[in-house]
Design a protein around this ligand. Structure first.
Ligand code: C5P
Length: 217
């Protein structure tokens, strides 16, 4: 079973993915961490995405699922660089393969997989069993990110600005822009508590289980 969660920064993807992974015993991949792991290397090597495309592609080849287990990936500076390098089709091609291998590998001892990101339901796993797309107003998303902190001392205004910049880039890039798959369940989380969002998402997964049970009986 493959479940996908897409949406912009701060919409609640991470929390919902963790909740569903635990509830349904699913192996989880936060695909943004792959882009962040690469961004961290790019920053450390002082590379400019505009002028060092070849070097960045070479670094992308060294990224693996294990790269997501590092510390220091959750800052807005890393996120901002991640969104810059994520517009490269060559980089995406390399990281897409890692994500597809994860989605289609043997999940045991888990019952299935859950991936969250920007293009999981549209590009990585268009065949997924259940697709969820989370949205929220940009004010609320910035407020949530601000509470999380991410280890960077930015003011609320700065976080909002960086986030809007990142959203605009993610939504308008030529390859795999952030968008909901046609058959995704869309949840606007602006006025919902995290518990409400999790139970709505779980409702869609329960529906899927019921459908599968009916087909098999
Ligand atoms: O989800 P997260 O905020 O960690 O993602 C960081 C950046 O990585 C995003 O802003 C986006 O540009 C990129 N990304 C992507 N496709 C994904 C996951 C993340 O382009 N599937």
């Amino acid at each position: 079973m493959i479940i996908t969660i897409d949406g912009p920064a701060g919409a609640g993807k991470g929390t919902v993915a963790r909740f569903l992974a635990e509830k349904y015993n699913l192996k989880k991949l936060d695909t943004g961490l792959l882009y962040r792991a690469l961004a961290k290397e790019v920053i450390a090597s002082n590379l400019d995405p505009q002028t060092h495309a070849t070097e960045i592609v070479a670094l992308a080849r060294q990224i693996s699922i294990e790269s997501t287990n590092q510390e220091d990936l959750r800052t807005e500076i890393v996120a901002n660089m991640a969104s810059k390098i994520a517009s490269s089709p060559e980089v995406r091609k390399i990281l897409n393969q890692l994500q597809r291998d994860f989605a289609h590998g043997d999940p045991s001892p888990f019952k299935g997989v859950i991936l969250d990101g920007r293009d999981i339901g549209t590009v990585i796993c268009p065949e997924a069993d259940c697709k969820i797309f989370l949205t929220a107003s940009s004010e609320v998303r910035a407020m949530r990110r601000n509470k999380e902190g991410g280890g960077t001392p930015h003011s609320h205004g700065e976080i909002s600005k960086i986030m809007v910049e990142r959203d605009t880039r993610d939504q308008n890039r030529k390859v795999a822009p952030l968008s909901a798959a046609e058959n995704a369940h869309i949840i606007d989380t602006t006025h919902l508590t995290i518990d409400e969002v999790c139970s709505r998402a779980a409702y869609y997964v329960d529906q899927l289980y019921l459908k599968k049970k009916n087909i098999n009986s």
